[in-house]
Write a protein that binds this ligand. Sequence first.
Ligand code: IVH
Length: 662
Amino acid sequence: MRKEVTEIERLREILRHHEYQYYVLDQPEISDQEYDDLMRRLRALEEAHPELVTPDSPTQRVGGKPREGFVKVAHSTPMLSLDNALNEAELRDFDRRVRDLLGGESPEYVAELKLDGLSLAAHYRDNTFALAVTRGDGSVGEDVTENARTIRSLPLRVKAPWPVFEVRGETVMDRAAFERLNAERDERGLSRFANPRNAAAGSLRVLEPTITASRRLDYYTYFLLVGGNPAFETHWESLEELHRLGFKVNSHRRLCRGLDELLEFCARWEAAREQLPYEIDGVVVKVNSVEQQRRLGYTAKAPRWAIAYKYPARQALTEVENIEVQVGRTGALTPVARLKPVEVSGVTVSRATLHNEDEIERLGLQIGDTVVIERSGDVIPKVVRVHTQGSYRRPFRMPAACPVCGSKVVREADEAASRCINTNCPARLKESILHFASRGVMNIDGLGDALVDQLVDRGLVKSVADIYDLKAGQLEELERMGRKSAANVVRNIEKSRQNPLPRVITALGIRFVGERTAVFLAEAFGSLDKIAGASVEELQRAEEVGPKVAESIFEFFREPRNQALVERLRAAGLRFSQEIRRMLVGPLQGLTFVLTGTLPHLTREDAKQLIEAAGGKLSGSVSRKTDYVVAGAEAGSKLDKARELGIPVINEDQLLDLIRVG
Ligand code: IVH
């Protein structure tokens, strides 16, 4: 026991030293692997002797979740919801009510698109983004500052005339990002998000900001509040000011002079909603004058000066004429419903994905049934439920042979998908090339469906690596390829050789390894050869790589065909090694501050929030680990200590500069 106590203490000292080198000084002295080994040893000892665990042990900080949960924050004024108008008549009623309550005045209205996302309040202090809070129950939300900071359209610095102000708006995920995310989740065997709104909510409320960062959210603002009240006399002016300040404000808005103009706006966007890159579910109508808003007031749960004109659900009834199967990159067979063409909100739909056999069973669907289909974000609509069973219905059976190459189809016991076992199946090769070339992977513009079909069908490409041998002359001879586009594709292929390591890893198309996992693998191993040579155990050192993913990676590199592919990609000059450092969140990330004395403008709590919102840490006492002491009037012994240790002392202005410069 004595021996263990000493070893535990020694390990903790060593680990603390290396953490300081890595996180504070950014000068690691040992590899991540050596560090992990030390940590593992300490963890094992602590597990064997739980009574020796202390809260200051490095195991209590590293490896756990970055945050336990979200802090609850009260809103400056409640974030209310809106009453709905489900049709023209209800919008007329709203207009009549408003005019009655205003004693016969005819107000101006502002019509804005109702983005289907999640509302979020963002607070700014000294022109710096300081706090973001979800709607929650309307009066109390959750602090999601670190996650919101990763949204690129949310400005971190602005130039506003108020020392503190708040904006409110909608966090959304556009359709393209939503589809990419779901595709990646399919790939990793995770459940799909039902619509972009759930995806946005799921991305904002994760405990790890790097996840939010990878999910590409957008933030459109629609309220500007100072002291909890509108900053301008009209809503329209607020929107214009938001735009001037650098916030994103939806440009599809209109100042309407009465009901007719409102109805026109609603109808126009109902017809055009599919052309928007994001989902909308209606139009929000607000009385423009803040003075009139005040007179109209609120009901218990919604303002009387605004209403949501909701578009009908985009559903339709149609018949399933057949169920066909498609072969994907991993050989998975996906059943797709062939529908009797039907129009859903302006788009003719003739196919709907059914995902897998289990889904068909869950729906109780057979060929010949009439079904309810719905478009909810996905370009490919989905079957919601069976409406009426067809009189000549017949069940779907997964084919025993691949519809493309005729090879055997198998379904593993623990899997939802059936797969074609032929790794040379042309359908798989085509899908592999498309995956390789796709955006976010090797980014080869111009290498799309039509070109890949021809390349594979004519035998010009028999393996993904063959694309690096293509010559512009060969491409020019293909259908729909001019001289210029051929040269472009070749140039884009050329350019892709420079792509960073995580992209190369993703491009291999290893099952369960999407963009995110690839980054973690690159980070943990630094080279493709190290990943290829790692055992299943070792692979699990990478973040988020569990036994199932590790097994899949291990198996991939044991397969001679894949080994050959890797060698050919190496010969093509792709990047096989690269040191990856995790993106740091916030300009003060890794820095520790101590506050002392009274600052001229900021209260202690303000300063604390600002520092923490920028990723910095606050400590109560000055030590060698302190990076800056922020001193105000009547600073005491902490200032002396800082001078004694030679730690930089800064004032309030300099603190704000640090946050800005970052
Ligand atoms: S105003 C009290 N404006 O719709 C005012 N909301 O059904 C309420 N939304 O919770 C918000 N676009 O999440 C407003 N231009 C817009 C909006 C919008 C989307 C969402 C928001 C709100 C919900 C109300």
